[in-house]
Design a protein around this ligand. Structure first.
Ligand code: ADP
Length: 257
């Protein structure tokens, strides 16, 4: 009888605590959902003033083309660069917030990735040249893939931006495409500073940066790879990182779509 009563008590206690935790979870979950939605809305709203500011600066530059002093021209260029950086950061936040809220939209379509990849890599020619980095491509003739073109571009931009940022002058950055149609891969390899084994699992976390102070000076926020991860997950892909400090890093992204 004693055991029976004890069992009844413990069952009642379990039921009570589970219903309590259920009740406690609902407002927390609701607050969390609100917070996610707020972040998504705020990021979305921030894009408009940023693009207006950019367009206004274009007008100022154009209207004062003949009279603008070299100093003012430099200021305008700096402002445009900062706006560009902020726009990218807002885009990153927006995608993260939408992924959290389960409302990130991916437009999957079939396209030849080779000419696109060439175009995306060429966009980094100038930055690479500034650091005397040899930027090379090893691409097949064509490869029809299924994916979201804009997001894949964002992914390649993040990997290339990092490869160039974390490679000292005179280094090398190679972009390759392995055309296995069932498991095609984009490979970005650099001869840069590399990533210690202990940091490797963490670099895909939000706001994680290996050398915090140095990167902050360069305006890094530690969001790039977190976004890259979301894009890869949405394409049912995976990332393999091979890296050693002082030797460089290779990011291989494999897709099975
Ligand atoms: P960040 O904006 O700081 O570059 P990311 O999320 O793109 O943010 O990267 C996170 C961190 O991972 C970087 O701060 C850097 O320390 C490290 N990292 C990323 N890519 C490379 C690379 N190609 N070589 C060396 N370190 C890298």
């Amino acid at each position: 009888v004693f055991l029976f009563i004890l069992t009844l008590f413990s069952l009642a206690a379990v039921k009570l605590s589970s219903s309590m935790s259920k009740k406690a979870m609902i407002p927390i979950q609701r607050t969390f959902k609100h917070q996610q939605q707020f972040l998504a809305d705020a990021s979305h709203e921030l894009r408009t003033p940023l693009s207006i500011m950019n367009a206004s600066l274009d007008v100022i530059e154009l209207e004062n083309e003949d009279t603008i002093t070299p100093y003012s021209k430099e200021v305008v260029t700096d402002m445009k660069e900062e706006i560009g950086r902020m726009t990218r950061m807002v885009q990153h936040l927006l995608l993260l917030a939408r992924s959290d809220a389960g409302s990130a939209e991916f437009e999957m379509g079939s396209f030849d990735i080779v000419p696109k990849l060439r175009q995306w890599v060429l966009a980094f020619e100038g930055v690479a040249q500034k650091k005397s980095i040899a930027l090379r491509m090893m691409l097949p003739g064509s490869l029809i893939v299924k994916g979201d073109q804009e997001r894949l571009k964002q992914l390649v931009y993040i990997l290339l931006d990092n490869a160039i940022k974390y490679t000292p002058e005179e280094g090398k950055v190679d972009v390759g495409l392995d055309p296995n149609p069932k498991q095609w891969r984009i490979i970005v390899r650099d001869s840069g500073i590399g990533i210690a084994e202990a940091d490797q699992p963490r670099i895909f976390d939000r706001f994680y940066r290996v050398e915090k102070h140095r990167n902050r000076e360069e305006g890094s926020a530690g969001l790039g790879l977190a976004i890259a991860k979301q894009i890869v997950i949405a394409h049912r892909g995976s990332v393999v990182l091979e890296s050693a400090p002082g030797k460089g890093s290779t990011f291989s992204v494999e897709f099975r779509v």
